[in-house]
Design a protein around this ligand. Sequence first.
Ligand SMILES: *Cc1c(COP(=O)(O)O)cnc(C)c1O
Length: 504
Amino acid sequence: MSLAVSRGLNVAVPLLFESTLPQLCGTRCEPHRFGECCVNGRLGGLQRTESIGLPELSEPQVMRHYVTLSSKNYSIDTGIYPLGSCTMKYNPRVNEKVARLDGLANIHPNQPEGTVQGILQVMYELGEALKTITGMPEITLAPAAGSHGELTGLMAMKTAMMHRGEHGRNIIIVPESAHGTNPASAVMCGFKVVSVQANKEGTVDMDAFKAILEKYEGKVAGMMLTNPNTLGIFESEIKNMADLIHEQGGYFYMDGANLNALMGNALVHDFGVDAMHINLHKTFSTPHGGGGPGAGPVVFSELLAPYCPMPKVVKNPDGTYHLMEEDEAPETSLGRVKGFAGQVGIMIRALAYIMALGGEGITQSSRDAILNANYLQHQLMEGGVSAPFGDTNCLHECVMSDHHLKGTSVTTMDIAKGLLDEGHHPPTVYFPLVVSGAMLIEPTESEPITSLDGFAKSVVGLAQKAHAAEADVAEMHATPMHTPVRRCDEAGAARKPILKWKPE
Ligand SMILES: *Cc1c(COP(=O)(O)O)cnc(C)c1O
């Protein structure tokens, strides 16, 4: 990895610790306030004897440091962010405005119920809206993320089986192309994962699926299926799969992270789904990424509704709202999965988004997301980029492979790094694993045609350059040239993160 250098006005930013100038200070403290007499007695002799080692800087240095860093933040507000499976779409500012309203932002979960009727109504109405969008009869808003929703749904399945007195079912069927959180959640919940392969159309191979059901008869607790799947393709056999799972006494979980491709156009309830999480931070437009908060409400079918976790907002006959806790819950409820009532700030944004769009807008937004992804897939294919499932229309995202790079030394990683120099955030790469050198591209409905064209032009340009003269190709391996840091050791950063600055 090359060190950061300043170029033009792209200023390299050292850590505050590295910028320290001994004796420089942004504030003045009266020395005697921290003197012996006050501290010693109170700390029982445990006071620090060495310097704390904080950086010594002036106020303008600190200001410049953070303001410069903030301008380096690439985000959906600066350009296209086509990360497949992540739904990085524009987050309307009105959502933020509503979430910051005094009566919603400055309340505490321990306040008496009579003083927080507004937020309870927000939660109730969000729950009703999501039930309408999915056609499902029950919902919990508590889970803090999609993956937490998966765990919650699986816990409901497990609780239901315990109530039936069935303890022997421990298999969850998961397609090979699934998001990594699916098998991880199943294992966390104590299940064993059996993976089912895809056919050449990119959907679940029904023969392989039936063979698994037969092999593990009486052992299958359920199936987890993403629809549309992580290749952006609709699993048209979903109802058949759900019926077969139900016949065998199992439950059907749908990973609903891709609900933005269905909402308003299909009802999840019609697919035979028993539980599904909804990523509010993806589908319903909350800023996410970088580990910010999310919310993963789970909708339940009639079969799993009795096991719904608490708390839950109910509407009293007099029109007021009540947060029902575990002590009032039906005995079957699986209990509690999150402190207090969940990520309430995200719920406010989601309801603001749903209300701003309305039923028609929600439907149109998923159609536009599908149109944009198909347009992009078509542009890329025309430019010679291979689309392994290009014969069929995709839904909200499309997957490209590295087939077109065969015979060159250029990889998908080189294309992704080259995109950085052209000013685009690269798509998701090398996922799903079932596609060689995959690029999973989700433009979302909020990209205008000009940005789709600009992105496609850059990808096609790079793909063509891969077949050019050796000197040009060598250049591609050296990209990105214009970012503050060049090629990073991503695996090293994930496996052996250095989280603490140490003096040289
Ligand atoms: C994002 C995503 C998840 C996990 O959701 P988090 O909110 O990040 O935990 C699960 N499945 C799919 C298909 C996703 O895209």
